[in-house]
Design a protein around this ligand. Sequence first.
Ligand SMILES: [Zn+2]
Ligand SMILES: [Zn+2]
Length: 432
Amino acid sequence: MPTPTQIVTSHRPDLAPYETLYQHFHAHPELSNQESETAATISSHLAALSPAFTIHPHIGGHGLAAVLSNGSSSSSGPTVLLRADMDALPVEEATGLPYASRRRMRDAEGNEKPVMHACGHDVHVTALLAAAELLVRVRGEWSGTVVLCFQPAEERGTGAQAMVDGGLYERVGGLPDVVLGGHVMPNRAGTISLRKNLMASSADSLHITLHGRGSHASQPHRSIDPVVMAASAVTRLQTIVSREVAPDDLAVVTVGSIVGGDAENVIPGSAVMKVDTRAINASTRERVLKSVERIVRAECEASGALKEPEFRKTREFPLMFNDEKIVETLTGAFAEHFQELPHHFARDGPRLGGSEDFAILGTSINRPCCFWVYGGTDPEVWDKLEKEGKLDELPINHSPLFAPVLQPTLKVAVDAYALGALTYLVKQSDFL
Ligand SMILES: [Zn+2]
Ligand SMILES: [Zn+2]
């Protein structure tokens, strides 16, 4: 009986056509909730691969699930969900790659934006399609069900919940036993890692409107200046992390945007701040958000604002925890397959840099989940910068320069999906 790693190694499809497909996705990114072309390409690719995939489109927007069952009934083995997110970001690509995106699209507010796969979701989609080809080729070696889940709107934090609310699990005919996913990161390409428990921080984003009173720039005494109010609030907000969060805890408060006024000689009537917060435990998360509100209200009060500030939550991502048992199970398979050299598989790897809505696919149905990360930085570039102590200069996810090197990034991504599934599905598996 071949092991999952033997199956993956001997049946991995030729990745050259998938490199071309990756370049296609990269050149044609779509903003969150507008992933129609991407979903259509995925659907036609799967349909061309094999009639064995049952494709369920339009789940929670442009979400798509494809089911590959094996065995006489659904009780013949476990069900594994593999997730890839599909959306891109309003970022103007500056990589200079021959397949760089030049696309522009209208965002949800109707504003035209440049669009780029700056988070590497094109790697995820391509890798899951290649893994699907591998899994359908080796159907004789496993039993159970694979659910390929192509999720929209991860960057807005809404896509996973939208798919669940849109009937994902009713459409695919049942709940998965395990929910698996991964993300490309700016780590050294060829590396992959798992970790137990906390995998990603929570994230909460707010739009805050500060109300003042406008005036002529020469007559500041007639105004209540919202620009000064915002400037003062930004400075004071820095004290949440430095003075209110314990040194062994962790939180982030970032003011990513302040917009107030349009001209040198006009004091505007209001200003808008866009604030993003992160935390690694639920109580700190709540405390940080309360502190943001308390400080902003106090600064408005201090300025003599005539109207209370308005707070609008624009995004939220849950804390993400990896199930210990899945991590233990996959650690065995990953360690064997990827080898445990300094630059291959790490058991206790880093947390995800950002936040993710992936866990909702599991927590919403009380099923365990696990998320791994793998590198996308050219090993030569990584080694050079590491030697020079300049790793902080690497372009990371969401940068206009984020450009994962095609290989070995894609191979690791494909193998991880296939291995994740086969570890549970190869016959006589007793992991569950
Ligand atoms: Zn992202
Ligand atoms: Zn991402």
